[in-house]
Ligand binder design. Structure first.
Ligand code: AMP
Ligand code: MG
Length: 354
């Protein structure tokens, strides 16, 4: 199949492209589109066969449920059984935006979309193209990230092409890279207490301004315990990974971390491997060999989040075998960064303070 890519410079002038994409959605097809988090691969969330096409195109395990995207808050009503009062305060504060809310689902949402769960994940994206596409389609869109399952989420239309060219009929190209750069915060509101299942652009601190209490799922920085079924099925997979192996170095000081990375670098170079270093602006001067990329300043974790996946893709383009990556403080946006990096590394973390 040929994959058409339509650049959308001006949403009004280029509305014909959104109309064409919406027509595909109504026919039960899939379309990739930009959101403020990452590019999504969307289909009619109320049509099980259309949703199956997403799983096939991505090679996604079908026990991993999808997020349903709406363009108006009121559109969640037919999709849910009940919404606790705090849900409205959350939507008021953070929608449109990178917060996914999990609620008990109604019978309208097919089991393909929720992977058989009795709950549904809902979000209103903060991107004009995404909102226009949902609106024109006239249905909510189930949309995971537009990449092959397990690999890095795309933050440009070019990234989507690299993974899914020939497998999907259309990509809407929003021109600018996605602003947030990491997938949304997933907050479970279907139980007694709100729980963050996946950290993202809406941080625990921001949620605490609206909610009385909010818990963190224990698997955020750890592998899920195989004896229990995880609350968020997506978190059990090795995920968000470049082709190269990733090893994360954690230390009590930046110097100590950089020293250990340099020791490891010597060892891997000695073995004839091509090595990448994911450094930060504060530590760049400690490194002189290998493929060195700064993820940005530690003072600005939101900017690190925006560029993280693009940096990891750069290492793949450079053909490195192994990426030695620095830990960043798991505070606020840093929690989402480390959640993704730890999964990219398959949980391989070297603690240099021991
Ligand atoms: P993605 O679409 O790749 O950004 O992944 C969506 C994330 O939301 C995955 O980690 C899913 O496991 C999670 N998710 C979606 N729906 C639910 C749900 N009903 N309950 C718990 N987690 C969910
Ligand atoms: Mg994904």
């Amino acid at each position: 199949m040929e994959t058409k890519v339509y650049k959308i410079n001006d949403i009004e002038k280029d509305f014909w492209a959104i109309d064409e994409a919406a027509a595909l959605i109504r026919q039960g097809q899939v379309v990739a589109f930009p959101t403020e988090t990452v590019y999504g691969l969307g289909a009619n969330a109320l049509d099980g066969q259309a949703v199956d096409r997403i799983f096939k195109a991505k090679g996604r395990p079908n026990d991993n449920p999808l997020i349903v995207h709406v363009s108006r808050r009121g559109d969640i009503e037919p999709l849910v059984l009940e919404a606790p009062p705090e849900t409205h305060a959350l939507m008021e504060a953070f929608w449109p935006g990178p917060l996914t809310i999990i609620l008990k689902k109604s019978g309208v949402v097919p089991h393909e979309t929720t992977a058989g769960l009795s709950t549904v994940a809902l979000r209103m994206p903060n991107h004009p193209i995404a909102l226009a596409l949902i609106e024109r389609s006239g249905v909510p869109l189930a949309a995971p990230s537009a990449n092959t399952s397990g690999s890095l989420s795309p933050t440009t239309a070019q990234h989507v092409l690299e993974d899914l060219s020939g497998a999907i009929p259309m990509i809407l190209d929003g021109i600018y890279p996605c602003r947030v750069g990491l997938e949304s915060t997933v907050l479970d509101m279907s139980g007694e207490n709100p729980i963050i299942l996946r950290p993202g652009g809406i941080t625990p601190g921001m949620l605490k301004e609206v909610l009385r209490c909010v818990d963190l799922d224990e698997s955020i920085l750890k592998p899920t315990d195989p004896r229990h079924s995880p609350r968020s099925p997506g978190m059990k997979y090795k995920h968000y990974a470049p082709r190269a192996q990733v090893v994360i170095f954690k230390g009590s000081s930046l110097e100590m971390m950089a020293d250990k990375i340099n020791d490891a670098l010597d060892e891997y170079l000695g073995r004839g491997l091509k090595v990448g270093i994911l450094a930060s602006d504060e530590t760049l001067s400690h490194y002189s060999q290998g493929e060195i990329i700064s993820m940005g300043s530690r003072e600005d974790p939101a900017a690190i989040a925006t560029g993280l996946y693009a940096s990891l893709r750069e290492f793949d383009k450079a053909g490195v075998d192994i990426i030695l990556a620095e830990w960043v403080e798991e505070e606020e946006e840093g929690l989402a960064i480390m959640n993704r990096m730890i999964r990219a590394a398959g949980f391989h973390v070297v603690d240099t303070s021991r």
